[in-house]
Design a protein. Sequence first.
Length: 270
Amino acid sequence: MGNLEPLARTYPAGVTSWVEVALTDVGAGKVFYGGLFGWRFDGLVATLDGLDVASVGDVESGTAAWATYVAVDDADAMAQAMVDLGAELVAPPEDAGEGGRSATVRDPQGAEIRLWQANMRLGAQLTNSPGAWNFSDLHTADPAAAARFYEGLLGWRVVDQGWGVAIQVPGYGDHLEATVDPDIRSRQASAPEGFEDVIGGIAPAEEGEPTHWHVTFTVADRDTSAELAEKLGGQVLGTGEDDWTRTALVRDPQGAWFTISQFAPQEWSQ
């Protein structure tokens, strides 16, 4: 994942930490995502402003898709614990060089999640900035069952925060405040209680939508980025707006789906 800043971003167990897209044509994928987000590539690792943000890889089976990693202390033990509770082991634990150790499981509702036991590669070093990963949401046919599965395993707290069902990792806000984001609480003073601990969300899958971990990237301007995605060969499948964001659902030229999101709070824009 490239060179790290002196104060590297770290991820406590249970926090989503990395995203990767599997592609049928890695070279073409680099052109698309490099053009859309301004990424440069160090091998298969995408960087922005010199910091690691994501990675690309070859499709091993199926179609192109984005995948999300969650940090764990012990990939072997967590993979086995998930299997014991009804998950399917897709890729057994193995070392990824000196970077860390990973495994892939498919949860009982059918969504694949990748486990990452970090060593030298800690996770995304830039997030929530234009061109960088924002968060990942679990889209599933049975949100309640999915919540029960993950809460005990990963220490999640799944709560309805009004805007949607959020995944919290208790203490994550404290970790951010003590490391890379000392102003997190003052900046989020008007946010719902516990928002500093939020790592993503759980939402019911739309009709015909497969169960999956859906990846969202931050952009400076939704419309500009959506237009650029289409110029680069992608397809905009739909747009949306809420009290906080302006979004577009995009399919890249090889079929991988993701969302771009412009932070645009109504209270600030009026």
